[in-house]
Design a protein around this ligand. Structure first.
Ligand code: DQQ
Length: 590
């Protein structure tokens, strides 16, 4: 048998695995070819399930990207998202709509917004929901009006507020509400945020874009939500950062655990401003103040406002949106993880993209960064549990965590160590802002002093494949630096060299970030959510988060293993480790 490409071989292999009794591979089902939006080679006959996630949000087939306008309304969570109803590549974008009572079980509804009017006939792109006084939700979204991708901002409202699911949305004829003036680049003018209400009785909304190379969050004001005027100054901008997509702007409590409504201002409040940087495809945020008089956001002095700034996630996490959940007084953040697989393989699999587990966000007590943690509802999916405690891991040792479904699990571990003395010296010539490079050089097998230690996720029995998530502690001049890595470079035997998404092979980066954590108690914790082709990790209580998409071919389903390991000369101890098999949600009716 001859294969035209490696990707054909992959599909063949997946079919074989399905035949050879590897648990949890489900039958594939037919999808329709002729609706595919891009003409790509190789006919699509089946949706392949091997690498599908089981407890992440993922539609049955086709392409998804940005979570849109998530909101909590009358006891129901609404998740809209960018969706291509016609194929597994980006295109034909509509707002798909699902509802949930618990952020875990989801019911699919009809698409809420789709191209149908002159003001959105070429696409319904990202946006946000705002609940207006009188408990009236409204969506602001970007409409594409022509084949040059000219962007305008439209609104949509529920047809029937007494329908608990808000199934039907109307796009009134006075759209578009906001059109770019001549100062604004009309093809970089999108993704309106949730609006906030000022003490002057005006609504404000910010919209992402750029002016030359300066990234911008344009600011618009309105008294009635219908007539909007552009403010003289953007809410925020930063030179040399390129186009800003999906801005997000929200208040956080200082020294508090509750989330805040987007319109809240006050003394014990700081602000978070986030953008999705089109050029790097990472999300950066700063913490700062909101000068209400000048209507300007000002990052705190020591915040880095650009490529080297703080990231929500140092891996595959983009176009996120947050919303205030008044039901539980929390702010929830939702991000999208694209595939790291090749586009050809996406098309052959019949699906691409997942929504990550929603995270609660709070300000760290230091006030210098956010803490993110999977929403508590996820714990309802925890099934069989195994526990370990007080287990030493000497240099070169690994312990298998047996008794759970390693490919579909939630693992929460705290490591401790006696001393920081063996931490390797941080070479001052290394780039502190290029954690990924450092991780690719000092991977999980390169012996260190304190670390590398952590988890080997989605590991095959003989470690031909594994995705390690680990820490390595360095001693720099002024302090200790903790590197956290989620290294996909050995995640699969398939494909040759790691390269970019548009290249021939899957993208297998050594994602990494530094963790700003106090090591006085000589402990480091790690939680990883493992779901077949995604490993979503939270270091030191959510200080640093990293998401990897991986496609093992041996370490699949019940052939996947999980280990804790230490390749540093300093012994580390597993203080406590709890791991659960994760059940599928009862309802994932996509
Ligand atoms: N995706 C949407 C845009 C947004 C981008 C289009 C971010 O509105 O800027 O699908 O992924």
């Amino acid at each position: 048998m001859e294969f035209r490409a490696k990707s054909d071989f992959l599909v063949f292999l997946l079919c074989c695995l399905a035949l050879f009794n590897i648990n949890c591979v489900e039958a594939s089902h037919e999808v329709f070819l002729n609706l595919q939006s891009l003409s790509l080679p190789a006919p699509l006959n089946h949706v392949y399930h091997l690498h599908r996630t089981r407890y992440h949000f993922q539609p049955r087939k086709n392409w998804i990207n940005d979570p849109n306008g998530p909101m909590y309304y009358n006891g129901i969570y609404h998740l809209f998202y960018q969706y291509n109803p016609k194929g597994a590549v980006w295109g034909n974008i509509v707002w798909a709509h699902s509802v949930s009572k618990d952020l875990v079980n989801w019911k699919k509804l009809e698409h809420a917004i789709y191209p149908s009017k002159p003001f959105d006939q070429y696409g319904c792109w990202s946006g946000s929901a705002t609940v207006l006084p009188g408990n009236k939700p409204v969506i602001l979204y970007t409409g594409i009006v022509d084949d040059k991708q000219t962007q305008v901002q439209n609104y949509a409202v529920p047809a029937n507020l007494s329908d608990p699911y808000l199934r039907l949305w109307i796009k009134p004829d006075n759209n578009p509400l906001i059109v770019a003036d001549n100062w604004v680049n009309k093809t970089a003018f999108r993704d309106p945020t949730t609006a906030w209400f000022g003490k002057d009785g005006k609504w404000r909304v910010t919209i992402g874009g750029r002016r030359k190379h300066r990234g911008m969050a344009f600011l618009y004001r309105s008294k009635d939500f219908m007539r909007w005027t552009k403010a003289k100054h953007p809410l925020h901008s930063a030179a040399g950062t390129g186009n800003w997509e999906c801005p997000d702007f929200f208040p956080v409590q200082v020294n508090g655990k509750n989330g805040l409504d987007t319109s809240v201002t006050g003394r014990n409040v700081k602000y978070v401003f986030k953008v999705s940087l089109d050029v790097t495809r990472y999300e950066y945020y700063t913490i700062g103040t909101y000068d209400i008089k000048k209507d300007k956001y000002i990052p705190e002095k020591d915040m880095i406002d650009g490529w080297n700034g703080l990231r929500y996630d140092y891996g595959n996490f983009y176009a996120s949106k947050s919303f205030f959940d008044p039901g539980k007084n929390r702010r929830i953040l939702w991000g999208w993880a694209n595939e790291s697989d090749t586009t050809d393989n996406d098309v052959k699999k019949g699906w691409a993209g997942i929504q990550l587990i929603p995270r609660t966000v709070v300000l760290d007590p230091s006030g210098k960064q956010l803490l993110q943690w999977p929403v508590e509802e996820l714990e309802t999916l925890r099934g069989k549990k195994v526990e370990l405690s007080n287990q030493n891991l000497n240099k070169g040792e690994k312990i298998e965590i047996k008794g759970i479904t390693a490919a579909q699990s939630d693992v929460d571990v705290t490591f401790s160590f006696n001393s920081l003395d063996k931490a390797e010296t941080f070479d001052p010539s290394w780039d502190r802002y290029d954690a990924q490079k450092l991780c690719s050089q000092k991977g999980s097998t390169v012996e260190g002093g304190l670390g590398p230690f952590g988890l080997l996720t989605l590991a095959s029995e003989n470690l031909e494949e594994y995705t390690p998530v680990f820490f390595r502690v360095f001693k720099a001049q002024d302090k200790h630096l903790v590197l956290m890595c989620s290294d996909a470079s050995r995640s699969t035997l398939m494909n040759g060299n790691s390269s970019m998404k548009d290249g021939k092979d899957a993208y297998r980066p050594s994602f990494a970030g530094f963790v700003n954590v106090d090591l006085n108690d000589k402990k480091l914790s790690l939680r990883s959510l493992i779901d077949h082709s995604v490993v979503e990790s939270f270091g030191a209580g959510g200080r640093t988060c990293i998401t990897s998409r991986v496609y093992p071919i041996l370490a699949v389903c019940d052939k996947a293993h999980l280990y804790a390991f230490n390749n540093g000369t300093e012994t580390v101890k597993i203080d406590t480790l709890k791991a659960w098999s994760m059940n599928r949600p009862k309802e994932m009716n996509h």
